[in-house]
Every structure is written in structure tokens, then in C-alpha cells.
Design a protein around this ligand. Structure first.
Ligand code: MN
Length: 710
């Protein structure tokens, strides 16, 4: 049982200037408030707050937190109010007690949804002050230690909640020993049989293991000393739950677990860590792939160490952790280590709490608790994901990064030519979010180039910039080609004199071509600079479709008079020479083009048909269009009242001659009153789903009718 003087003595040791009197007063206050209350164990209730305060003192927490430990159940379980606490112990303590009380009122249900929501509330409530969470962990730890006095049902509920919520929280806060003790306690209460038999088997081998441990401690110690390295070497048994978990995970028996021992080597400074690693590796053969450098890349919870697994005597696999004293304190107590009376040097502490603030923001926005819980379980509080290349190199990417981010992180060329990825050996698509520990293999092809859609699937600035840059280069290339064509065909020259370049304010011919191709320099400006020239139409045959396309406002087709308008992102946009768009903008900069279709190349245009409402008439029209060698891209129906329906089609044709043939054929369809080309067909966007659905219903009804009539 913890005693108050033991606690105050301890606090006085690590924090000589703390307010011991306040702690004593809190003890008296709590003992008085809980007077007459009993724990399930039959002990006086005050033993519980005392034990909690004791745990907090062992973490080196500040006075307010210790006081909170003593008072944490007063508001919840006695007649004491928060105002009383504030009056006697100040606002800081009252705030903490309030936080702990609030968490105590959250009851987790086994239903995932509810659990996540409550979990979120809990984090939000405590994010304001991490000390609340640490008190809650201490509270839960002591309750777990005394769980045996609870009913079977309560044991299960509290045990599961501890395993699901509190042990992971302790882990994420880096308070390793609390996590381990909680897990072992849950294991002993919830899987008593498995626990007992494991314990039994352990005891059987305990003597042997202890001898091995002692021998190895001294072997490692001596080897380090021979190299002039001062170190503390501590061997320990793995905790029971982790052994149990491993047996479950690997489906093996206890005899088959060879890594029951773990060693810690604590050295003076970081350089020595790496030297000590070398010594350990020269003593025992390292297991390939098991070395992890958490000094260079700390774990998200701030943990630092070198980890390695070596094969020791009798084929024992031995885990060795190498770290400095400071890293060791942090590894044991986690964020609590930062708290412990370090006022004045707290800048690092601010950093280690940043993730909590970020998490709070994420949680506020989350609207799918189930998904959230999934995230929380796996990557709770993580700002970054660490993934491996096929060769085992570690890459750190922001949380939410996807495969293309990884590909671009490896090398821009790898990203640019990425055709697919394998994650942990399985083919995966670009939309997947990477998880810690994923191993990623990028597949590339020299023919692959980025697509604009990729921008939706990248998170890192590096990938975004690389993709955008690629498109800018593409635009520049196509602008140069376009500018070249304009010079050659419209102007009829291959080169221009320096005077022309100067008048156009271009440094060289390439710049002139680019700016001409982009439409930055209007054709009239170039002509003003070289007055002896005569404008000729630009031939559009043999041009890639990516460099030019027909405007969707007027849908010109070969045979129409067309003019070209230039801009950097789209290349040349062709408009019908009678298009309304011709009225605005600087008309004299539009380039006259000579437009011929290549055989087999099709262009969209609009057709308007008025037809009497007859069964099957839509089907007849569509069949006629198909028979005339055209294809329908889109269609829309407008009821014009009475017995006439207006049909709007977006069709593809080769040129005007072809279109005329299509129109003539439609005119011959029974029921068609009028047919004409319609440029502003209003079909360029997607039709409304409902309208299209109705259209299709009519269409099928019509087709069915026409079949029946045969
Ligand atoms: Mn309590």
C-alpha cells in the first residue's frame, strides 16, 4: 500500500522546490471526502487515489498532477464540487480534475461505432492538457491491478476496454511499462488458463533463462569494455502478453519461441550507440532485416533506440536495444518524461505535443467513426508513415501519402514512368493510402507519362510539382510546334530577322515560336512586324489531336469555315467562322485555317430533329444515323407540347458532305417533321441523369415496338 509520506519524499527528491504542503493537504482533503467508502477489495477507498498518485510520482509528474491523482475521484464519487477543488487547490488542479472526471463519465460500448465516438470525445476533452490523460492512465492501471475483486462481467468489460483503448494510448504516449503491465494484467484476467500455462512453462525454463541472461550480460559488457566503451547492460524477460501474442500470431508453441530474452545496452552518447552495435554484431550473428535505426528515424511517439536481433548461444534469438540514458528515460516514461519538472527547457515538449493538436483537428473533422477507429488503432497520433522500398530503404512520407508520392520520392523519373505498384507483394492502385511498414515496389515503363488525374492521387509537394512541371514542359513543346507551323504555313517563312524578333520583344526564334503558339503574340502583331508578307491559311492536316480541338460551342466540322484561337493549355481551339464567340475577343488574332479531315477521323456536331410522337420513332432515327455511318455521342429529348418532340443529337461525322448525307437519311424517317444542323446543341456538358434515364427508357420502348411491328 502506498503511503503519503513515501510519495512526498519521492517528489521532493526529483523536484525539491515543489509544494509538498499542497500534496499533503490534497491527501487530507481526499481522505476526508472518501471517508467511509470502501474499495471492492475491502480496503479504505483512499488507498486508490494514493496508489494513483504514487504511479504519477514514479513518472516524475509535477505537483498539480500528483494532487489531481489524489483528488481525481472526489468530484465523481463524493459531495465535493469542482468549485470546492478550485477554491482549495487552484484553477490548474480543478481543470485537471474536471478533465479526469469527464473521461470517467464516458462509457465505452463494445459496438465499434460508439467506441470510436467516445474515444474521439475523450481525446478532445484531454487534448487541452495531456496530464489529464496521464492521470487517467495511472487510474486505469491501478484499477487493473485490483481487477480481481470485480465481478466476472466487469472484469471482461474493463479488461477489453483497457486492451482496446488505454494500452494503445499508453503506447502512443510512449509510456511503455504502463502498456506492458496493462497487457499482462488483461491477459491474466481474461485468458486465465492460457496465462497460467504460459507462466508455468516460463517458470520451468526460468532458471535456465536467468543463467543465460546473466552470462550474456557479462559477455556483452566485457566485449564493450575491451573496445573502451562504457555501458550498462540489462537483460530481461519479454513480457508475457507479448510472448502470448507471438504464439497466437505465428501459431507456434512456447518451445518454438526463441526470443524470450531482450537486452538493453545503455551508453553515454549517440556515437557510442553505433559503436556498441558494431561490437554486438561482431559477437553474435545478426538476423538479416531486423536492424532498425530509430535514432535516425524516431518512432512517431518520439521513441529512439537502435534495435537488432542476433543469434546467441544455443540458437537463442536475442533482441538487443541500444540507446543513451536520455533515450532510455524517454523510452520508459514517454511524454511523461518531458513533463517531469523541466520548466524552462520545454521547447522540445511543445514539439512532442504537436501531434496531439493535429490529431484533435483531424478528429473534429471526422464524420465516420468506424473508419476513424481503424485509423486510430493502427496509426494513432502519427504524422508520418514510414515505408520501405523493395531494397529495404526507409522513406518517410506525410500521413495520407499514396503510391505515387512514394514513386516520386524515390526519383522523379520513377514517378514519371510509373505504371503500377505492388504493396507488400500485391498489385495495388494509386488511390490507396500507404501504411506504416508497407513495402512498396514501383513498376515503370519508358512509354508511361503522367496524367492530370495523378494530381488527385498525390499529397507531397514534390510529386505535385513534378507532375505540373511535366505538363508545363509538354505545353511548351506543343506551343513550339504550333508556333513553328504558324510561321511556316500562315506566314510562309522558316526564320525571321532580328528586327522582327526585336519588334515582337522576343530574345530568339524559340521564344517567338512558343509565344506565337500560345497566343501570347497575336498574328497581327507579327504581321505588323513583317509587312511584306501575305497571310495564308494554316493547314491542319497531320496535326495531333492534342494540339487542336473543335470548340464545343459551335462544333465545326471539316468543310466549315473555321478560325483558330490559341492558348497555352489547350493548343488551338477551332471555331466555326460564324460562331458567336468570334464577336468577342481580338478577332484579328484569330488564325484562318484550312481544314481537312483525315479518312476515318470523326468530328462532333449537333443535329436538331422535330418528330411526331410515334411509337418507335426515336429508335428509327437512331438506327438511321448509325446506318449512315455516323455515331451518336449524346442525345436529349424536349417535349414541345402537343404531338411533337424535339430531339437533339450530338453525332460524329467526317465532314459536311457526310453530315448532309446523314441529315437526308433522317428526313426520310417516318414521322420526322424537320431536321437541321444545330450548333449550340447544349449537349456539350453531361445531360442530367434523370433526363438521360427517361430518354433511354423511351429508346428501349421504341426499339421493342419496332421489333414487334416487323
Ligand atoms: Mn479512480
Amino acid at each position: 500500500m502506498s503511503r503519503i509520506y513515501e510519495i512526498t519524499e519521492r517528489v521532493a527528491t526529483y523536484a525539491p522546490n515543489s509544494d509538498i504542503d499542497l500534496i499533503n493537504r490534497a491527501y487530507v482533503f481526499a481522505a476526508h471526502s472518501h471517508a467511509g467508502q470502501m474499495r471492492n477489495s475491502g480496503e479504505a477507498y483512499i488507498t486508490h487515489p494514493l496508489a494513483v498518485a504514487d504511479i504519477l510520482a514514479s513518472l516524475g509528474m509535477d505537483t498539480s498532477t500528483i494532487v489531481t491523482g489524489l483528488l481525481h475521484d472526489t468530484v465523481e464519487d463524493t459531495s465535493v464540487t469542482l468549485a470546492d477543488v478550485e477554491q482549495h487547490f487552484g484553477a490548474d488542479v480543478a481543470g485537471l480534475v474536471d478533465g479526469v472526471t469527464k473521461i470517467g463519465q464516458i462509457h465505452f460500448s463494445s459496438k465499434e461505432q460508439k467506441q470510436a465516438e467516445n474515444f474521439r470525445k475523450m481525446i478532445l476533452a484531454t487534448a487541452k492538457d495531456l496530464r489529464v490523460l496521464i492521470v487517467k492512465l495511472a487510474d486505469r492501471l491501478h484499477n487493473m491491478r485490483t481487477l480481481g475483486f470485480m465481478s466476472e462481467h466487469k472484469r471482461r468489460v474493463i479488461g477489453e476496454e483497457t486492451l482496446e483503448i488505454y494500452a494503445p494510448l499508453a503506447h502512443r504516449l510512449g509510456i511503455h511499462w504502463i502498456k506492458q503491465e496493462m497487457e499482462d494484467l488483461v491477459f491474466s484476467y481474461l485468458e486465465t488458463d492460457a496465462y497460467k500455462s504460459l507462466l508455468f512453462e516460463m517458470q520451468d525454463r526460468l532458471e535456465g533463462l536467468n543463467q543465460t541472461r546473466e552470462r550474456l550480460e557479462s559477455v556483452i559488457q566485457q566485449a564493450l569494455l575491451r573496445q573502451g566503451l562504457k555501458a550498462q547492460v540489462q537483460g530481461r524477460m519479454k513480457h508475457l502478453y507479448s510472448i502470448h501474442e507471438k504464439m497466437q500470431r505465428k501459431h507456434v508453441d512456447f518451445e518454438e519461441i526463441f526470443d524470450l530474452l531482450a537486452f538493453r545496452v545503455i551508453v553515454e552518447d549517440m556515437t557510442t550507440c553505433y559503436q556498441a552495435l558494431g561490437v554486438v554484431h561482431s559477437l553474435y550473428r545478426p538476423v538479416p532485416g531486423r536492424f532498425k535505426d530509430y535514432i535516425a528515424i524516431p518512432k512517431p511517439n518520439g521513441y529512439q533506440s537502435l534495435h537488432t536481433v542476433v543469434i546467441g548461444p544455443e540458437n537463442f534469438r536475442i533482441e538487443v536495444q541500444i540507446r543513451t540514458e536520455a533515450m532510455h528515460v524517454y523510452a520508459e516514461d514517454g511524454v511523461a518524461a518531458h513533463w517531469a519538472y523541466k520548466e524552462g527547457e520545454n521547447s522540445q515538449e511543445q514539439d512532442s505535443f504537436k501531434w496531439l493538436k493535429q490529431l484533435t483537428d483531424v478528429l473534429k473533422d471526422a464524420d465516420n467513426p468506424g473508419e476513424l477507429l481503424e485509423d486510430v488503432r493502427l496509426d494513432l497520433f502519427v504524422r508520418e508513415v514510414y515505408v520501405f522500398s523493395r531494397d529495404g530503404d526507409i522513406y518517410s512520407l506525410p500521413r495520407g501519402a499514396r503510391p505515387l508520392d512514394f514513386a516520386y520520392a524515390v526519383h522523379t523519373d520513377i514517378g514519371q514512368h510509373c505504371v503500377g505498384v505492388r504493396i507488400n507483394g500485391e498489385v495495388s492502385d494509386f488511390s490507396v493510402r500507404l501504411r506504416n511498414g508497407d513495402q512498396i515496389e514501383v513498376m515503370t515503363s519508358p512509354d508511361q507519362t503522367p496524367s492530370r488525374q495523378w494530381l488527385q492521387y498525390v499529397k507531397t509537394p514534390r510529386a505535385k510539382q513534378s507532375i505540373r512541371q511535366w505538363f508545363r514542359r509538354q505545353e511548351r513543346d506543343s506551343s513550339i510546334r504550333m508556333g513553328e507551323k504558324i510561321l511556316c504555313e500562315s506566314v510562309g517563312v522558316k526564320d525571321v530577322g532580328l528586327d522582327v524578333l526585336k519588334k515582337c520583344e522576343c530574345a530568339d526564334l524559340d521564344e517567338l515560336k512558343v509565344r506565337l503558339g500560345r497566343g501570347d503574340i497575336g498574328i497581327h502583331k507579327l504581321f505588323a512586324a513583317m509587312p511584306q508578307q501575305r497571310l495564308m491559311p494554316l493547314k491542319l492536316t497531320g496535326m495531333k489531336r492534342t494540339y487542336m480541338h473543335a470548340a464545343e460551342c459551335c462544333h465545326p466540322i471539316p468543310g466549315d469555315g473555321v478560325v483558330g484561337q490559341l492558348n497555352a493549355s489547350e493548343g488551338m481551339v477551332l471555331h466555326h467562322s460564324k460562331c458567336n464567340a468570334m464577336n468577342d475577343g481580338n478577332k484579328q488574332d484569330w488564325i484562318e485555317v484550312d481544314w481537312q479531315a483525315k479518312p476515318g477521323q470523326l468530328f462532333k456536331t449537333g443535329i436538331e430533329i422535330r418528330s411526331q410522337n410515334k411509337r418507335g420513332s426515336l429508335a428509327n432515327v437512331t438506327r438511321t444515323i448509325a446506318d449512315a455511318g455516323s455515331s451518336i455521342e449524346d442525345l436529349k429529348l424536349n417535349q414541345r407540347g402537343g404531338s411533337v418532340t424535339e430531339l437533339l443529337f450530338l453525332v460524329e461525322v467526317e465532314d459536311r458532305v457526310h453530315l448532309a448525307r446523314v441529315l437526308r437519311a433522317i428526313k426520310g424517317v417516318d414521322g420526322v417533321v424537320k431536321v437541321s444542323r444545330r450548333n449550340r446543341v447544349g449537349l456539350s456538358g453531361k445531360p442530367e441523369t434523370r433526363a438521360l434515364g427517361e430518354t433511354l427508357r423511351d429508346f428501349f420502348a421504341g426499339r421493342k415496338a419496332s421489333k414487334e411491328s416487323k
